[in-house]
Every structure is written in structure tokens, then in C-alpha cells.
Design a protein around this ligand. Structure first.
Ligand SMILES: Cc1cc2nc3c(=O)[nH]c(=O)nc-3n(C[C@H](O)[C@H](O)[C@H](O)COP(=O)(O)OP(=O)(O)OC[C@H]3O[C@@H](n4cnc5c(N)ncnc54)[C@H](O)[C@@H]3O)c2cc1C
Length: 531
């Protein structure tokens, strides 16, 4: 059973280590637990539906509540505080492309707004229900989860778009294949959601982002169906797949997608290494990214994140031993930067690549600490989001933000984001704990992934005010530095105001015209991505 006001399955919890909590208490002060709105009270807010009955629709309050939000911080504040105001009038559960067409026809006949719904893991307000005179219909893809075809000869799999990551991977693995797309929301997010938000999996260095994995599919728009043939490459003018990628439900509903798959790798391991300073770490991962090695991922934590991760791990004795060992190797644990490096591929190639990678790391004074850290990360990689529930209950808010820039700007931007959110919080006479890692590392630059923890406000409005101040301050820094407003989470509503700075006036007009052309009645997920 999924939590009605948090992340993940109700039966799963992730405890906060004592040391981690002490650290937070020291940095931001004792948590201020708030009061959660009970489910019954929330459901009582869901008013009568404005839509007629239909065999593919549910008008039940619980369905309408669960489809009224995603997982952004404003969503959490509204769920926990009971301030969610708008709910879809019904939720449609089509089981085939034909039924999606039937639902779209119903939407047209009843002049309703349609919000396609994948796994509900959006963190930028993609699923917010607008206050509207028109009825709102959430179109859930949760019953469209089949592997339609696996073409081993062409390394291509076609799935219905509502398949969740975990089920997609299970279906492929049973046949000896993998897509290798592992966003941290993997257990709940869907293939369709990935494509239309341009998501990035943790091992994208080897498997590629979803933009590189998506080869074709079918999108049902209010103007008709767009079929995108799965082609390995094409020079036939601008690539329409690039319009569907990142369309965020504004053009139509992606009903199925063909993706590039590959046989399961012989070797897939993650190792830990530690660098004496941030600059050593950056020099190492930058060089590694350009070395054409069989690496699946690299993740470089700054000193604050390194210390935070060790404190939250709860392994106090091992951490002490590690710090002693690092000191012996001339590394000051206060300045140490932990990196995780994944090695992947056919055994012979991966081992040779590993040896080359280690020699590059050592050249930059990296100390290889073996597989334990990597194995622990692998075990917990999809559990970490559960910490958000636990910390909230202790009175702390955890949120993240992300961008990508070219190498010349990475370190400066990382620091200015940290400074901007710290200053914004100081405006409320409150402290914030900010820590960062580089998560997707390219020869030309890197994504920057910043997490922050601060105390819940006295009421939902105060917590939201804090969020908005932080988000605005960080987004302005990103725009000022010429970074992308989002490397992986998409635009939704939280990043919408910053999109024109990246696309320019003509670019925005082109996007607006495409959306208008596919959706002349402004039905599809209006208010998200762009106005
Ligand atoms: C704990 C956590 C960890 C995360 N980690 C990552 C990460 O590592 N990498 C990353 O990239 N993102 C991450 N995200 C963000 C999120 O998981 C991604 O944006 C994901 O791609 C959303 O997929 P979804 O199926 O949940 O889509 P939803 O949240 O349901 O929808 C997102 C948007 O896509 C549209 N949509 C969904 N399905 C369709 C469809 N079939 N046709 C048309 N439109 C559709 C919706 O209308 C909406 O606009 C994380 C989120 C959480 C909560």
C-alpha cells in the first residue's frame, strides 16, 4: 500500500542514524515536527465530480486524491498540511491505445482538461491540478504495462508506456536483457514519464539518458496520432522524437515506446574512492569522463556531502576506521571527497578499463577503498528517498535541486547555489544544511545535484515560504551562470519561469506553437512547461 502523504510503500521505512540526526541538530537546530492531516479529512475535501460516469473512469475520492499531486516539496507541504485544494474530477484507467483514444474523445465531448499520469513521481509540479471552470480528468497509464515486443536481433524492446521501472526491468531481465535506466524513483516512475520528462538514470554514463534510449513510439494527441518509427538514426529533417521527449503531457499521451536494450552485462560493480580535496576529485572525474572507459557512473560528493553520508550511514566504527586510514594516507577527513565509480561490461574489457581508471584516479591522489561503499550504495539506492518520510516526522524538510553546466563553471556554480540558499534561509533567521555531488559527468561538463535540509515551519504556509525563497535564490544563480534550469527533473511549474532564459523568445514561440498545433483547445496538462 502506497503512503497517502509521503514516499513509497507504507511497510518500508528508513531509519535516521543517531549520528546523522545529531549532525542535523547541530547544524540547523532541533526539528519542529508538524501535524499531519489525516486521510479522512483530506478525502472530505474532495468535492462532487463535474464529470458524468463512464466505464473507464473512477470518480472515487481516494483515486481523485492520489492523482492530485506528485512528489515535489510544495506537493508534500500540501499533502502533509492538508492544504491541497484542487482535485481531478475523475481518473481514467485505459488499458490500450484504443481506450486512450476513447478517453480523449470523452475529454473532448465534456470539454475537460487532461493530465496524463505515469507513476506520480514528478518533483516539479507536473501533476498539479489547476483551478478551472473546465472539469479536470487525470489519465492514468497504470494499466498499460505490457512488453509488446522484444526484437533481440535489433536490440529493441517495445513497451506500453505505463510500465514502472521495476516491472520493465523484471520483464527484460527474465529474458536476459536490460534497459539499464535507474532513476532513484525507479520503483514507481514509468517509461512514459521518463520519456516526456527527459529523465536520467543513475548509470547513464554507460546506458545513456532516456533521450538516448528512446527510439520511437506512439503519441495520441487531440489532433490525432503521431507515430514515430523506431530508427537507429535518421537525417530526415528535424527529429520529431526530440519534441516528444520533454513534452510533459502538453502534446498528448505517449501510449507506447520503443527503447534500446542490451544483454545483461557480465560485470557491473561500483567502487568507492576518496580524494584529498574537491579540486583533486574534479580533475579526476573530468579526466575519467574523457577517457572512453567502460564506466557506468561516477558520483563525486563534496566534503559536506561526504561527511553527511558517512554520518547518515550509521556505521560509526567503520567510519572511524576509514578516517584513520585516510589520515594515514595524508587525507584530512574534513576535506575528503568521496566518489563512487561504476565499472561495467564484458569481464575482460571492464577489468582492463578499471585498471586504467584506477591509475587516472591515483594520479589525482585518489585512494581506492574497495567495493564496500559501492555495495552499500547499491543496496540502499532506492531506499534513500524513504529518509524523506522519517526526517519529516522528526521536523525536517529534505529537498533537492539540480542543474548542469560546462566544466569551466561547475565549481563556482556549486558554491554560489550553496551560498544563495544559505543566505535565503538566513532571511528567516533559520539555518540550512546544504550538500552537493556531481551525479552525471560528461566530457564537456557535469550535472550538479544539491540536497538541503531545513526545519519545518510553524505551519504549511511558512514552510512553503521558505521553499520558495530557496528555490528562487538557487534558480537565479543557475540562470545567471548560464546553467540549464534542469538536467533531469523537467520543468513542470517550479521551473517554468526560468525556461525562457534558456530557450530565448524565438525558441519559446516555437514550443508554444507546437503545443497549440497538437492541442488547439488547450486541453493537455495546461499550465505546465510553458504558458
Ligand atoms: C524519490 C525520487 C527520486 C527521483 N530520482 C530521479 C532521478 O534519479 N532521475 C530523474 O531523471 N528523475 C528523478 N526523479 C523525478 C521523476 O521520477 C522523473 O521526472 C520521472 O521521469 C517521472 O516519471 P513518472 O512516471 O512518475 O511521471 P509522472 O510524475 O506521473 O508525470 C510527470 C509528467 O509526465 C507526464 N506523463 C507521464 N506519463 C505520460 C505519458 N505516458 N504520456 C504523456 N505524458 C505523460 C505527466 O503529465 C507529467 O507532466 C525522482 C523523483 C523522486 C520522487
Amino acid at each position: 500500500m502506497i503512503r497517502y502523504n509521503g514516499w513509497g510503500d507504507e511497510s518500508v521505512t528508513m531509519e535516521t542514524a543517531k549520528k546523522g540526526l545529531e549532525m542535523l541538530k547541530d547544524v540547523v537546530g532541533p526539528g519542529q515536527p508538524g501535524e499531519d492531516c489525516p486521510l479522512a479529512k483530506m478525502l472530505a475535501k474532495v468535492g462532487p465530480s463535474r464529470l458524468p460516469e463512464h466505464s473507464l473512469l473512477s470518480r472515487e475520492p481516494m483515486d481523485r486524491y492520489t492523482h492530485a499531486h506528485g512528489q515535489s516539496l510544495p506537493d508534500w507541504i500540501a499533502m502533509r498540511g492538508g492544504t491541497l485544494e484542487n482535485f481531478p474530477d475523475a481518473v481514467a484507467y485505459p488499458t490500450s491505445s484504443q481506450e486512450v483514444e476513447d478517453v480523449m474523445e470523452f475529454a473532448q465531448d465534456n470539454d475537460c482538461l487532461v493530465i496524463p499520469y505515469g507513476g506520480g513521481t514528478s518533483v516539479v509540479g507536473h501533476l498539479n491540478v489547476p483551478k478551472s471552470n473546465r472539469p479536470v480528468l487525470s489519465l492514468s497509464l497504470e494499466r498499460m504495462t505490457r512488453l509488446v515486443d522484444l526484437d533481440r536481433y535489433s536490440s529493441l524492446a517495445n513497451f506500453e508506456a505505463g510500465v514502472r521501472g521495476v516491472d520493465l526491468e523484471a520483464q527484460l531481465r527474465a529474458l536476459g536483457y536490460t534497459l539499464g535506466h535507474y532513476p532513484q524513483s525507479f520503483e514507481y516512475s514509468t517509461l512514459g514519464g521518463w520519456v516526456v520528462t527527459r529523465s536520467s538514470g543513475q548509470q547513464s554514463m554507460h546506458f545513456g539518458r532516456i533521450d538516448q534510449l528512446f527510439l520511437g513510439g506512439e503519441m495520441i494527441t487531440p489532433r490525432g496520432t503521431m507515430k514515430l518509427p523506431a530508427l537507429p538514426a535518421s537525417a530526415a529533417g528535424p527529429d520529431l522524437r526530440q519534441l516528444v521527449l520533454g513534452s510533459e503531457g502538453r502534446m498528448g499521451v505517449l501510449t507506447n515506446a520503443s527503447v534500446k536494450v542490451q544483454p545483461l552485462p557480465e560485470m557491473d560493480q561500483v567502487y568507492g574512492m576518496v580524494f584529498p580535496t574537491w579540486n583533486h576529485g574534479v580533475d579526476a572525474v573530468r579526466e575519467l569522463a574523457s577517457a572512453s572507459l567502460p564506466l557506468s557512473m561516477m558520483r563525486l560528493s563534496n566534503p559536506k556531502e561526504t561527511k553527511t553520508n558517512l554520518a547518515l550511514s550509521g556505521h560509526e566504527t567503520q567510519t572511524k576506521l576509514l578516517n584513520q586510514y585516510l589520515s594515514m594516507r595524508g587525507i584530512d577527513p574534513e576535506k575528503a571527497c568521496m566518489a563512487l565509480v561504476g565499472v561495467i561490461g564484458a569481464k575482460k574489457v571492464a577489468r582492463a578499463g578499471k585498471s586504467k581508471a584506477w591509475s587516472i584516479a591515483k594520479k589525482h591522489r585518489g585512494v581506492i577503498i574497495g567495493k564496500t561503499m559501492g555495495e552499500s550504495w547499491e543496496k540502499k539506492r532506492f531506499l534513500i528517498p524513504y529518509l524523506r518520510n522519517t526526517l519529516w516526522e522528526q521536523g525536517y524538510v529534505v529537498d533537492t535541486l539540480e542543474t548542469a553546466v560546462t566544466w569551466d563553471k561547475v565549481t563556482n556554480l556549486l558554491q554560489s547555489i550553496d551560498g544563495a540558499v544559505t543566505e535565503a534561509m538566513a532571511g528567516f533567521d533559520e539555518k540550512i544544511h546544504v550538500f552537493t555531488h556531481l551525479s552525471h559527468i560528461y566530457p564537456t561538463g557535469s550535472s550538479i545535484y544539491t540536497s538541503y535540509v531545513f526545519r519545518l515551519g510553524e505551519n504549511p504556509a511558512q514552510t512553503y515560504e521558505r521553499f520558495l525563497a530557496l528555490k528562487t535564490a538557487a534558480s537565479k544563480e543557475i540562470v545567471k551562470a548560464g546553467g540549464t534550469i534542469t538536467h533531469q527533473h523537467g520543468v513542470g511549474v517550479d521551473h517554468k519561469a526560468y525556461l525562457p532564459a534558456e530557450k530565448g523568445p524565438l525558441g519559446m514561440e516555437i514550443l508554444q506553437d507546437v503545443v497549440k498545433l497538437c492541442d488547439p483547445d488547450q486541453r493537455m496538462n495546461t499550465g505546465k512547461l510553458l504558458d
